[in-house]
Design a protein around this ligand. Structure first.
Ligand code: GCO
Ligand code: MG
Length: 465
């Protein structure tokens, strides 16, 4: 091509671009036209797709209160699903979505995921926090679902494609005693799980994740009467010293019985003193746990540096984190090995993919929070990120109960201990809204799970969850 042809080609290109800018109808005047997006080739001549409506679906197919967001668009039949599940404060999240994000975002171009996240983040002036971030997450994940559908590919492809065929999952095994725990862990291994979380009950104590041993105080259940629980009338009782001495014995027994092939995980759930947190991590080191989770509460992040100096036990932390102020120091100073963030808690897939990328450079792997109060939509979004991230660690979850699978059609499948993505555009899921409505939130005061904030020490002091 000689110089004259090149110049003619360039001027033609510029003219076409100018014309293109004039033709697009972005919502607010000439400036935004200047920044009108270069439409992807496949969508030439199609007007930008806008957010037409944002709906919140509250459903509890298996008694866990889930908050789902549906973003409907101006393109007939095109919508996206997102997870905004903050199960302990579901109604507040619903209000944040319906009263604030919906009017703020209706009419926006669905392609502008990052700007929608940033402008929503700024829109409340005061920002950072579980309610607003969960609300933003519902919209954010739904927009990624829509972008995958518009692109005709699964979301993991948008994030860089598969770095592995499936996500290795960990199974929750719990027992009121070691015998019961061993049986359940063995059953999980026979189902193909290579990672098993072990939680055992403590005699007479309201134990996290293991139900109480026979004759124990109620394990975090709602108080019998509507008598308000306070420092002078503790019901669900927890004292950590006995538990801190039991954990190494549990690991010793399970390692001896289950062998060396299985990866053993445990969640301390921040229910111990700082010294006990360190001691537990030191005492179980010889049993080579896959990770010990939440030895300290987020309020004591500074203690991880002391722990790091004393033992090499892999540490997982983060399900209670809301902001980078909490997770950045632990990641950049290599004080944890697994980041356990609840992705809707920080605002969805957009911020989570940044955390995944950041963590890779500091040797931290992902183990996103994924219990029953993360909906299948959140699991599908996490899975997309896990398939496309080099620094994947493990996926929390072992499949979805029947009712949940019927409401959330296209739940990711778990086979031989691996969670597998749906090879469909977007997140590959559809929610049966009619069926979802048949599972309203469980009735009865106070209409949220009661165990948090009601478990106390014998002297009545309230414990951290
Ligand atoms: C986990 C968590 C959960 C939380 C629950 C709070 O590691 O899975 O600790 O069990 O306690 O999600 O609602
Ligand atoms: Mg946990």
């Amino acid at each position: 091509m000689n110089r004259r042809d090149a110049l003619r080609w360039l001027s033609l290109g510029a003219a076409a671009e100018g014309a293109n800018l004039i033709s697009s109808h972005s919502p607010t005047g000439p400036l935004s036209e200047a920044f009108a997006q270069e439409k992807p080739k496949t969508l030439n001549n199609l007007s930008p797709v806008k957010i037409r409506d944002i709906k919140t679906i509250l459903t509890a197919p298996d008694r866990i209160r889930l908050v789902i967001v549906k973003v409907e668009t101006t393109e007939p039949g095109l919508h996206g699903w997102g997870c905004a599940t903050f199960t302990q404060r579901a109604f507040v999240v619903q209000t944040a979505i319906e009263k604030y994000l919906k009017p703020f975002l209706t009419g926006r171009n669905v392609d502008e995921i990052e700007d929608i996240w940033q402008s929503s983040y700024m829109s409340s002036y005061w920002r950072n926090g579980p309610v607003l971030f969960n609300a933003m997450s519902g919209v954010d994940i739904a927009l990624w679902d829509i972008k995958g559908k518009r692109a005709g590919m699964p979301v993991y492809q948008l994030l860089g494609g598969k770095a592995r065929s499936g996500a290795d999952c960990y199974f929750h095994a719990s027992g009121r005693d070691f015998q019961e725990l061993e049986e359940r862990a063995r059953a999980a291994m026979e189902r193909g799980f290579r990672h098993v979380r072990i939680q055992a009950g403590v005699e007479g104590m309201a134990t996290y994740g293991a139900g109480a041993r026979a004759g124990a105080a109620t394990g975090g259940a709602a108080p019998a009467s509507d008598e308000a629980i306070g420092p002078t009338n503790p019901k669900a009782v927890w004292e950590s010293a006995k538990y801190a001495r039991l954990v190494p014995k549990m690991f010793e027994q399970m390692r001896a019985k289950l062998g060396d092939d299985v990866e053993l995980l445990h969640d301390v759930h921040e229910r111990v003193t700082l010294q006990q947190g360190i001691q537990i991590c030191k005492d179980v080191e010889k049993y080579r746990p896959f990770f010990i989770e939440d030895p300290f509460p987020p309020e004591e992040n500074a203690h991880f540096a002391l722990l790091r100096q004393q033992c090499n036990t892999p540490i997982a932390m983060g399900e209670l984190f809301n902001t980078q102020h909490e997770y950045l120091p632990l990641i950049k100073d290599r004080l944890i090995d697994f980041i356990r963030i609840h992705i809707s808690q920080i605002g969805g897939l957009s911020p989570a993919r940044k955390v995944a990328a950041l963590s890779e450079y500091f040797g931290v792997r992902t183990a996103w929070h994924g219990p029953g109060d993360a909906s299948p939509v959140a699991h599908a979004a996490q899975l997309a990120l896990e398939l496309a991230s080099y620094n994947f660690g493990v996926h929390e979850g072992s499949g979805f109960p029947q009712n949940t699978q019927e409401v959330f059609q296209g739940c990711p499948e778990v086979k031989n201990g691996y969670m597998l993505a749906q090879e469909k555009p977007g997140l590959g899921m559809e929610i049966d809204e009619k069926l979802a409505a048949k599972f309203p939130f469980p009735e009865g005061p106070p209409n949220f799970d009661y165990s948090w904030g009601t478990t106390r020490r014998k002297d009545g002091t309230v414990i951290r969850p």
